[in-house]
Design a protein around this ligand. Structure first.
Ligand code: PHE
Length: 348
């Protein structure tokens, strides 16, 4: 734009000194326009160089002054100088302008808008089952039970035979057990840990063993994979009163003193006598939920691990953690637990 208003054009078309009036005005307007639109220091520098630089527009005009008749040069030079000063002052203004904008921009970037709602940070937490499990473990710990673990892939000896569960027993039915091959299976209960511990250690023993167990089962109160805590106490004068007292204490600590606990005779191949424990459903639901099996360790089981049943006795139990969680948190369907819906889990 500026380039087209070179001195020659001004000189030829408009006579010698219209610069001061028309052409100068047009020129200045066009330069002003250009300067107005400058957005940053880089553009400003480029424009400055093209107008005021060594090879810029103004220098060019001064060079061409020689082409004018001598007597006109002074006046034209003065006019050109005025233009130059005017441009310089516009540029100085523009620099101020840009600096101001820059500081404003920086301040804005740094400033914190206190009216914007804060980012919500949601905290993770332990799964309900883990929590109930830990709570149970803590209660047993406080009563002197030590935590031990056993393998989830068991062999038939530890899962059945050593626990006095012969081939013909319904628990060995293919419908209940996930077999890996003829001799190996996913443990159907934590009771094999009893055998492993009695083999590995000398009595007296007081252990619990929390862990996952597997059965071919799936409905509102059964899962194919669920958690149990096995318990075993072996000593020289343990009676069924110890079993009852221990279980009652644990259940009431976990679920509250007002819970009704029912001991019901049952049969397990590895305990004699055997009892199952039921707990009344929370308000709004009627009936009982079985939460554990237990009993006095069968003399044959003691013999299987080389202990003399005339010298040693003990009690054992296996409790279902999901069932306890259902009672503690009033959950109607056991399948909620592994579903892992956050909507459900966040309720607790
Ligand atoms: N293992 C039994 C079950 O899973 C529970 C049990 C454990 C019963 C220990 C008696 C003694 O059903």
């Amino acid at each position: 734009m500026i380039e087209c208003y070179n001195f020659q054009q001004i000189h030829k078309n408009e006579g010698v000194f219209l610069m001061e009036k028309n052409i100068r005005d047009i020129l200045m307007n066009s330069i002003r326009d250009k300067l107005e639109n400058i957005k940053n220091f880089e553009e400003l520098n480029n424009t400055k160089i093209s107008i005021l630089g060594k090879k810029g527009f103004i220098k060019e005009q001064f060079k061409r002054m020689r082409e004018l008749p001598k007597e006109e040069r002074a006046e034209f030079g003065e006019a050109l100088n005025n233009v130059k000063h005017e441009i310089e002052s516009i540029l100085t203004e523009k620099i101020k302008d840009l600096r101001e904008k820059e500081t404003q921009h920086k301040a804005l970037e740094k400033s914190v808008d206190l009216s914007i709602p804060g980012a919500k940070r949601s905290f993770g937490r332990l799964h309900l089952i883990t929590r109930v499990m830990e709570e149970c473990v803590n209660i047993f710990n406080s009563m002197g039970f030590e935590v031990v673990e056993g393998p989830e892939i068991e062999n038939t000896y530890y899962n059945f035979e050593a626990l006095n569960t012969p081939e013909w027993h319904p628990a060995r039915d293919l419908h209940d057990t996930f077999y890996i091959d003829e001799n190996r299976l996913l443990r159907t209960h934590t009771s094999p840990v009893q055998i492993r511990m009695m083999e590995a250690r000398k009595p007296p023993l007081r252990i619990i063993s929390p862990g996952r167990v597997y059965r071919k089962d799936y409905d509102a109160s059964h899962l194919p994979a669920f958690f149990q805590i096995e318990g075993l106490a072996i000593d020289k004068d343990i009676s069924i009163a110890d079993l009852k007292g221990t279980l009652e204490k644990v259940i009431k600590t976990l679920l509250g003193k007002d819970k009704q606990v029912r001991f019901r005779p049952h049969y397990f191949p590895f305990t004699e006598p055997s009892v199952e424990v039921d707990i009344s459903f929370p308000q709004g639901k009627s009936g009982w939920l079985e939460i554990l099996g237990s009993g006095m360790v069968h003399p044959q089981v003691l013999r299987n691990v080389g202990l003399d049943p005339n010298k040693w006795q003990g009690f054992a139990f296996g409790m279902g953690i999901e069932r306890l969680a259902m009672l503690k948190y009033n959950v109607g369907d056991i399948r909620e637990f592994p579903r892992n819906s956050l909507n459900f889990l966040k309720l607790f």
